[in-house]
Design a protein around this ligand. Structure first.
Ligand SMILES: *Cc1c(COP(=O)(O)O)cnc(C)c1O
Length: 399
């Protein structure tokens, strides 16, 4: 091992693996919709840690619940019954209509659980090598199975061999799925994001999910919704599938469920969930009392504050202000989204706007190279939402 440098000679972060292109910001504190750097400078957070902090930062109810839980019980193994885990599973069943939940610690882990259920379902149908249909523009996480299901050469490059068992079709094209149903008999299910996040905040046509639901019912395939980014109120419904009135067989959650306390969840209909037997899946931390207390508190606060109505109204306000402010700007292709998951697609790459936004004291990001993605906290004030819109309008008009 090379000798560690004395602290005085180290450059900040040199002992952290270099896996992220980081902004030149050193964030130490948050409050509501705002983040603060080491020098006390405030930044409006229009990204919420990539769709995580829907209740904003340092929410007093969540801070109190976490502190109380830390003084009561952080963790006990899943070899015992954990009442907080059962309580959160009950709440998620009530909100989603899906019967049972497996708890884990991240979106990628929730996806791994979904992939394992799909394989069990396929084998139960007598398929030797069950395939899962995935779509173009998808993002499902960074583990080996997740990156294999993801449609991104950048995410996959260097990690070959990829995991097999995925068939890719174009997003928002149910006819291609129907064609596969006619030509193959080794398919166990379909996986997609009901609104694509990393893929550029892409909302499919009305009726697409319902048509997939119909095909899955007919073929006995699992319809699996990755709601890691869309889930837990962000789009103005608890889950984005609910906009289309459909119930998937499997649904994954993470990001906003814990508001920053790591938690993931894979929910399923009873018939599918019961493919797991004791010993088939597990996670040391998964569903521990701290994470479940955080999840329960997030849902409590959201219900108490009428967050769905609020999110719908703020989303309309944000998209409306963006459309008015960007009217006639020829490089704007589309302002789209649902609730407070909003994308502004330009006709050219615009990654440099992320740095420029910092000059306006706002944090946002750009996906698919040409789409500004806004995920402001659902607790933002109308004035804060207006400021997000004004900043984006000024940035785009400066291009
Ligand atoms: C973020 C994300 C994931 C991965 O979640 P992690 O917690 O980063 O593992 C999976 N799917 C979607 C749609 C996501 O947005």
């Amino acid at each position: 091992m090379s000798q560690p440098l004395p602290i005085s000679e180290r450059s900040p972060g040199e002992h952290v693996m270099n896996t992220y292109a980081r902004l030149p910001l050193r964030i130490v504190r948050g409050e509501g919709a705002w983040l603060f750097d080491e020098s006390g400078e405030a930044y409006l957070d229009a990204l919420t840690g990539i769709g995580v902090c829907s209740l904003g930062h340092a929410h007093p109810d969540l801070a109190a619940a976490i502190a109380d839980q830390a003084g009561t019980l952080l963790h006990a193994a899943n070899i015992t019954h954990l009442p907080l885990q059962e309580a959160l599973a009950d709440r998620l069943a009530d909100l989603s209509g899906l019967d049972q939940t497996f708890f884990c610690n991240s979106g990628a882990e929730a996806m791994e659980c979904a992939f394992k259920l799909a394989r069990l379902h396929g084998h139960a149908k007598g398929i030797d090598e069950p395939q899962v249909i995935v779509v173009t523009g998808s993002f499902h996480g960074r583990t080996m199975a997740c990156l294999s299901a993801t449609d991104s050469a950048k995410v996959q490059a260097g990690f070959e061999p990829l995991m097999t068992g995925f068939l890719r079709v174009p997003f928002d094209d149910a006819a291609q799925v129907a064609r596969l149903a006619e030509s193959r008999d080794d398919i166990a299910g379909i996986l997609l994001e009901p609104i694509q996040g990393e893929g550029g905040v892409v909302v499919p046509q009305a009726g697409y999910l319902a048509e997939l639901r119909r095909i899955c019912d007919q073929q006995d395939w699992l319809l699996m919704a990755d709601e890691v980014q869309t889930g837990v109120a962000k789009t103005g419904e608890w889950f984005a599938c609910q906009h289309e009135g459909i119930l998937p067989d499997v649904m994954t959650l993470a990001k906003a469920l814990g508001n920053g306390v790591p938690i993931g969840a894979c929910m399923a209909r009873r018939r599918v969930a019961e493919l797991f037997k004791p010993g088939k899946h597990g996670s040391t931390y998964g569903g521990n009392p701290l994470a479940c207390r955080a999840g329960l508190t997030v849902l409590d606060v959201m219900e108490k504050d009428g967050i769905l109505e609020r999110t719908r109204a703020l989303g309309e306000r944000l998209r409306g202000a963006l459309r008015v402010g960007l009217d006639g700007v020829s490089l704007v292709r589309e302002v789209r989204g649902r609730g407070l998951m909003v994308g502004v697609e330009l006709d050219r790459p615009c990654g440099e706007l992320v740095m420029k936004a910092l000059d306006h004291r706002m944090i946002m990001n750009v996906t698919r190279e040409n789409t500004i993605r806004l995920l402001p906290p659902l607790i933002a004030s109308e004035a804060e939402i207006d400021r997000v819109a004004e900043t984006v309008v000024a940035l785009v008009r400066s291009v």
